[in-house]
Design a protein around this ligand. Sequence first.
Ligand code: AR6
Length: 170
Amino acid sequence: MIEVYLGDITRLHVDVIVNAANRHLLGGGGVDGAIYRAAGPRLLEACREIGGCPVGDVRATPAFSIPVKRIYHTVGPVWRGGNLGEPELLASCYRQCLALARREHARSIAFPAISCGVYDYPPEQAVEIAVEQVQQHLDRDCQPQRVVFCCFDEAMAELYRQQLEAYVRR
Ligand code: AR6
């Protein structure tokens, strides 16, 4: 089951929320900042111990003061025109998160629009990749059963809805 949710990812009732982090895993703005604020200072300590994460990969921490089980910190690519492996790296973020969710027996996971803020990825292209990766995962695997695309504005939510419809019609 795939859902589109409009609002703050830290308010969702799911097993896992995904953070659009940077390679240092030491916090930042956007969704990363919101997650650090909501989780409390122990999140920074946990991330410091991990020591960073390559682009396209994921690292997991507890969620501390956020009432979900886990936070998956994934690092999306910075958009530099699209010929530097950005699509493959963004797809990898979704694949790695979904594979980890499966290994950890998570039933539900919520993704923000990875790379679509500060990292400047064109939203239409990013949403196409996000929907394709999630659909492909759900076509062959039933865990996690519930995937939420969490959007911070209505325009982004509409892009997800359109892309989900387009995928179903293919
Ligand atoms: N809940 C859900 N979505 C949100 C929230 C929120 N609370 N806040 C923002 N968004 P961005 P990136 C949306 O910039 O492009 C950070 O500084 C936002 O509207 O958070 O991957 C990191 O430390 C946008 O659609 O992530 C990195 O340095 C989407 O989340 C860098 O930014 C992603 O925007 C990562 O940049």
